[in-house]
Design a protein. Sequence first.
Length: 179
Amino acid sequence: MLNPAEFASQPAPGRDCGACTLCCKVFDVPVLDKPAGQWCKHCRPGRGCGIHETRPDHCRAFHCLWMTQDWLGPEWKPDRAKMVLTVDPETKFLLVQVDPGNAGAWRQEPYRTQLRQWAASWLKLKRHVVVFVNKSATVVLPDRDVALGTIGPRDRIVARERATATGIAIEVEKVSVAA
Ligand code: SF4
Ligand code: SF4
């Protein structure tokens, strides 16, 4: 079973970003005041970071799952998939940050089927697969997607199991927590 507790945090042997620079577009970088979904002003798309030697620690420490997990195939390389996989350090949810220039990429095959399979696997660990396009979230469940809209710093994704006549149903919602 896909288990985030067993994930390495350093690049796997032989893995290299190559021409990929997608993380420099899809994520926000607070220390640079860079919003999610826009290229960092220091990025040379397809070539790398223009301030590599002095890039922020935030960037220096980042490795996407394709870099650290050598079982992810070439189709998951972010510049090919148009999405970047990570695991949230707090919730251990699998996060899929999609290039807003290809916002429907995750609905294409083979990605959609693989995300549903991972959703089924991680559900057993009470963890979820969440697709983001900028700050807009969709939870992928084994049988359906649940769009939650924009997730802010005080929002949490909460899932509950509900007994039904046909078995256990999963309900997902966005909950705002107090400051
Ligand atoms: S998304 Fe992953 S492979 Fe692409 S540049 Fe960032 S760390 Fe490297
Ligand atoms: S500073 Fe460099 S590594 Fe960091 S987001 Fe910008 S281009 Fe990417």
